[in-house]
Write a protein that binds this ligand. Structure first.
Ligand code: A5P
Length: 236
């Protein structure tokens, strides 16, 4: 699911373009992943070369490190009540601008920051546009470790197939920045994901799902012609 080299160029195009939305004095949610990285790098360049002044709120340890490398002043999410604009990547985007996030296991803090933001801007390459959420990947669900069996049973009853996300170059499961594990749950096309999301939010042991309904205000898409960035705006 992670990028081919041509996708990489589109991520760069859209990430850099989106940094043009930033203005002096803004408090900005700084996303996680390979597309948000290009946004952060361009924000840093604009600060150094154009004198732009922003404060970043990092969505993950990765995002924090990138912002630090770029010299972007930071505010912790816990010290924040309002964000002007949050910019972040996504794994899938549906026609209503609902998205799946969490391919990098950062979705819990990403959703917190998106929820505090006046504008939540998603940056993707065209390959992420899908007719229906769950077309490509499973739904990432961050859970506390003791809930692994229980939440697996709950999602199986809801028609899902859960897989515990495992580490690469690390034995055992992926541990999130919050110290928890992630279940990736594949659901069939007939399952109502809004209902699943609502049920998961009242299931003990679930911290957060990677389903972001009604949060994105716009989506910027790096198109496969390699030159165009299309803007999709929420209409309802
Ligand atoms: C991090 O957990 C994710 O939500 C990422 O923002 C998402 O996976 C998109 O990442 P890429 O831009 O690397 O595809």
């Amino acid at each position: 699911m992670k990028s081919s080299s041509s996708n990489e160029a589109l991520k760069q195009l859209v990430g850099r373009t989106t940094a043009g939305l930033l203005a002096d004095g803004m408090i900005c949610g700084m996303g996680t992943g390979s597309t948000a990285r290009f946004f952060i790098e361009e924000a840093g360049r604009r600060m150094r070369e154009e004198g732009l002044r922003i404060t970043g709120v990092p969505t993950s340890f990765q995002s924090r490190l990138l912002c630090q490398q770029q010299g972007i002043p930071l505010l912790d999410a816990q010290d924040c009540r309002h964000i002007d604009v949050a910019v972040d990547g996504a794994d899938e985007v549906d026609p209503d601008l609902n998205v799946i996030k969490g391919g990098g296991a950062a979705h819990t803090i990403e959703k917190l920051i998106a929820s505090m933001a006046t504008q939540f801007v998603i940056v993707v390459d065209e390959s992420k546009l899908v007719p229906r959420l769950g077309s490509i990947i499973g739904i990432p669900i961050e859970i506390i470790m003791p809930a692994l069996g229980h939440v697996s049973d709950v999602v199986t009853r809801l028609g899902g197939q859960p897989t515990l996300r495992m580490g690469i170059k690390k034995d055992g499961p992926v541990l999130t920045d919050n110290g928890h594990v992630v279940l990736d749950v594949k659901f069939g096309p007939d399952v109502n994901l809004r209902e699943v999301d609502a049920l998961l939010h009242v299931t003990p042991g679930v911290l957060e799902t990677g389903l972001f309904f009604d949060l994105a205000t716009k989506v910027l898409v790096g198109m496969s012609d390699g030159k165009t960035v299309k803007t999709l705006e929420r209409t309802r």
